[in-house]
Ligand binder design. Structure first.
Ligand code: PAF
Length: 331
């Protein structure tokens, strides 16, 4: 009797295995690169995107995710890789994008965004879609807006409570001229540098500090080389999923739709993960020895006004969008 039951169970298993839908061998294989560790929200978003695409194409599209700058030295390098064909898909911030399409500088103006509700009313609306669409002319297809977060200052020298405390600090910035101008206006020596070099530069003392969202500061273990965290929230740093235009155009129409839908779903998931990390990791940074201050932001905002006058012209025919974004923040 026992044998009989075992044989029936075995038979059922064999039938089930044969009837399960098998994934097709991939017809397309792509390389996705990002600059941060696997613990960061970008990696959650990137792997979610890869999984969704693979599932929705029944395994015909396979995406390998390369974290930690494995495909480039930093985000500018990864974006160049999209144009050169060494990277197929980029997940990362808009920080260096102003060097490729200057109207991307729109989001780099200091203290432009009030909060995330304001951010996503802009990014998920007409302005965000318009800015993403500018990438087409640069050999890229912008698929969806993800999140890096509000940027905050860290340094090894002193607690920052007001604008006077940052004077004389040597701070790594992204390769972005609006960010650099902002810090220069505040009396800081801005030092643009690829992300892959920052930890060592902080460790060796060639720079005093850097600025990034909380999830980056924690997952990149900057508490090992930085003492002070100041919640300056000076710039909101959007992130994106971008695919090389040549790759996107090589896909059949139905897979292009799948890419767009999977990117949007993965981006919403990534935003949630990132937001949760932002809330939780301030405490974790304190537990790891960082001293956290909430500076008087009015003094920073007042000092940064000149940056708007200096760079508004760079946005050409899109300069009016700056006022629209400011107005949306008052709604
Ligand atoms: O500071 C940067 O370069 C970016 O914020 C980072 C850490 C690569 C994440 O996008």
């Amino acid at each position: 009797m026992k044998n009989c039951i075992r044989n029936v169970a075995l038979l059922l298993l064999i039938v089930l295995l044969h009837s399960a839908p098998a994934l097709a061998a991939p017809k397309f294989s792509f390389r996705l690169g990002h600059a941060v560790p696997e613990e960061n929200a970008y990696h959650y978003g990137a792997t979610k995107f890869a999984e969704l695409v693979e599932a929705k194409t029944n395994g015909e599209v396979h995406i390998d995710v390369f974290p930690n700058n494995q495909l480039g030295t930093g985000e500018r390098d990864l974006i160049e890789g999209l144009q050169l064909g060494t990277v197929d898909i980029y997940v990362g911030s808009t920080g260096p994008m102003g060097g490729f399409e200057k109207r991307f500088l729109l989001f780099d103006f200091p203290f432009l965004f009030r909060d995330k509700k304001h951010v996503y009313s802009v990014l998920d609306g007409e302005i965000g879609q318009h800015i993403l669409s500018l990438l087409d002319a640069k050999g890229m297809r912008g698929l969806a807006w993800m999140e890096n977060g509000f940027r905050n200052l860290t340094n090894v020298k002193r607690a920052v409570n007001g604008v006077e405390d940052v004077k004389g600090l040597k701070i790594r910035t992204m390769e972005n001229k609006v960010h650099m101008a902002m810090w220069r206006t505040l009396g800081v020596d801005p030092t643009p540098m690829a992300w892959s070099e920052v930890f060592t530069a902080l460790q060796q003392g060639t720079i005093d500090g850097q600025e990034n969202p909380i999830p980056v500061i924690y997952t990149s273990k900057l508490y090992e080389v930085q003492k002070h965290l100041s919640l300056t929230r000076h710039v909101f740093s959007p992130a994106m999923i971008v695919v090389a235009k040549s790759v996107f155009d090589s896909l059949p129409e139905e897979y292009r739709t799948i890419f767009a839908e999977a990117a949007q779903e993965a981006a919403l998931y990534e935003r949630e993960v990132c937001d949760k990390m932002e809330n939780e990791f301030i405490e974790s940074l304190k537990q790891n020895g960082m001293e956290v201050t909430t500076p008087d932001l009015a003094s920073f905002q007042e000092a940064c006004k000149s940056v708007y006058e200096e760079f508004k012209g760079e946005l050409d025919e899109d300069a009016g969008l700056l006022d629209q974004i400011i107005a949306m923040g008052k709604e």
